[in-house]
Design a protein around this ligand. Structure first.
Ligand code: SIN
Length: 286
């Protein structure tokens, strides 16, 4: 009998799951339950006390879909942040050993949805907390389904059928990544895709807003001025406090989200308080 239990993290999304030990292989009915909970939780799942190896991390990722193993090809700037021997694991960290960064510092310090600029955006991302500062370094998640539901009917009708341009160029120009992309703006501009503004989730069919400040540069059917105004409104609306969950990391937390229904924001306020190191895998749609 499954020991899996869960409790909500917010009124609209997110669940903390207990009764799972990712250091062991899970039974197929437990995997099926977790996949269903991933949908029911509108994308955000949290597992505490998972003292796992990188191989365990890759295995648990495979329960939810295809594990991305071509990170270095899709995003060459990340190549030197991959864990040795694990092309599937990308590291986020402010830690350096002999001056060499262990991971990408200031990764995702702005609202975004991972890989929305890719033709086939990844469904999910899974972080494992390995080293944490004494305070700070939280990650904030939002619920794009609830944000969509809260829009007025005329606004939902107006947005439905519109498409938006998503591009790494926006992050390269406006975010903490500017230094990494200096001299590579042509490369960043080529990494772009057109996506619906209202996305029906590929598994559940539930509609959600799918524009993010990090990568969404323009709603294509509107004039530039209209697009700027509508995107500004949608970015402010979707990050209202009632759509947020702020995660304060504990050692060996595993947190995962669904990029089709959640944006996230890493809060870079911790650097005077120690090292932060998290391993991240990426789940593609099956
Ligand atoms: C990211 O995946 O965008 C980084 C998240 C984090 O470091 O909290």
């Amino acid at each position: 009998m499954s020991e899996i239990k869960y409790r909500p993290l917010t009124p609209t999304f997110g669940m903390e799951i207990t009764g799972v030990d990712f250091s062991k292989e899970l039974a197929s009915d437990d995997i099926a339950l977790l996949k269903q909970l991933w949908i029911d939780a509108s994308g955000m799942l949290l597992f505490r006390d998972q003292n796992i190896t990188p191989a365990d991390h890759v295995r648990l990722t495979s329960y939810f879909g295809k594990v991305q193993d071509d990170i270095a090809i899709q995003a060459p700037v990340l190549a030197h942040y991959l864990l040795d021997g694990y092309p599937e694991i990308y590291r986020v960290s402010n830690k350096k050993i002999d001056g060499k960064p262990l991971g990408r510092e200031d990764a995702g310090t702005y609202w975004h949805s991972d890989g929305s600029w890719m033709q086939q955006a990844p469904r999910g991302s899974i972080l494992h907390a390995i080293e944490l500062p004494s305070v700070g370094g939280d990650t904030i998640f939002n619920d794009m389904g609830a944000a969509y539901d809260a829009l007025s009917e005329p606004m939902r009708t107006m947005l439905d059928g519109l498409t938006a341009m998503h591009t790494v160029l926006k992050a390269a120009l406006e975010s903490s990544y500017a230094k990494e992309y200096a001299g590579k703006l042509d490369q960043a501009a080529q990494k772009s895709a057109t996506k619906p503004v209202i996305l029906r989730h590929p598994v559940s069919g539930r509609p959600a807003l799918y524009v993010n400040p990090g990568f969404t540069s323009r709603i294509l059917e509107l004039s530039a001025a209209e697009s700027d105004a509508v995107l500004k409104m949608l970015f402010e609306h979707s990050t209202r406090p009632e759509f947020l969950y702020r995660h304060q990391w504990r050692l060996h937390d595993v947190a995962m989200w669904d990029n089709f229904t959640n944006m996230h924001f890493a809060v870079a306020n911790y650097k005077a308080h120690g090292w932060r190191l998290l391993n991240r895998t990426t789940v593609l749609l099956d």
